[in-house]
Design a protein. Sequence first.
Length: 311
Amino acid sequence: MSDRVLLVVNPAAGSGRTGHVFDDLRRPIERALGAVDVEFTRAPGHASAIAREAATAGRRRIVAVGGDGTFSEVAAGVLESRVPSAVGLIHQGTGGDFRRSLGLEHRLDRYLEAIARDAPEPLDAGLVRHRARDGAMRERFFVNALSVGMGGLVDRYVEESKLGLSGTAAYLTASLEALAKGAAGRLTCQVVEGGEERVERLETRLLAVCNGRYFGGGMRIAPTAELCDGAFDVIALTGAARLPLLRAMASVYRGEHLELAGVRHFRASELSMELLGDAEQERFLLDVDGEWAGALPVTVRVLPRALRVLR
């Protein structure tokens, strides 16, 4: 396998900032890592194709330069290749949730230290089958978290926003809009936990299936989640009323919500969800690794120790 690091750069990440600053980043990157190869993404999904081809060709370390979506695509490409290439991150995006879950401080030297150390750790990943934005049923990998309800609506509003906000501000503004305009969904969930199956019926505005601890631009949604324990943490903010959810959301940023009334927390290695009734499909959306991905129905399962990550 090739020892030369491949950087998969999303120039659109961080509202286009990554494309503007990459030339300035390249010099310190090459001081730390030696000469690198660079591929720029041109469209959604391109990072996955680049990573898949690079892993298949024997590239040993593939580094995403961009946001959570870029890292998710690069990881998905490596998983699709079935080659155990190591995946790294130089975060330059909006949310920064997976780098928080990885415990990486948002500093270029910290990212480069993790890549140069070249000691990849095994992490779980997830595989989800869902209704995509074009209406077709599709499968995709994910690494951090997916959610249904407000999460997908928040992503949609962040994607469509013209306010120019970034990071926590962008997600907080979009969350308040989604809380006002979103809908509660009545879900039937088939849960596999510890080899046993059961059915959960929930009314919720937000249900998150978490491998990592953070989502939504810094919300500590799953404070007890571990990245390599063979199971997801599932958190549902139940009920239809908006005010209790607003109070819970304030606690979510601190990770202090699990004991609140109306918060359901359980673990699952597999989970299938269906929305009862079609009336709320347009407002009860799916988020996968920080990207608006479509809607229900959703089936998800954990892939234990499927990914090797530099951290």
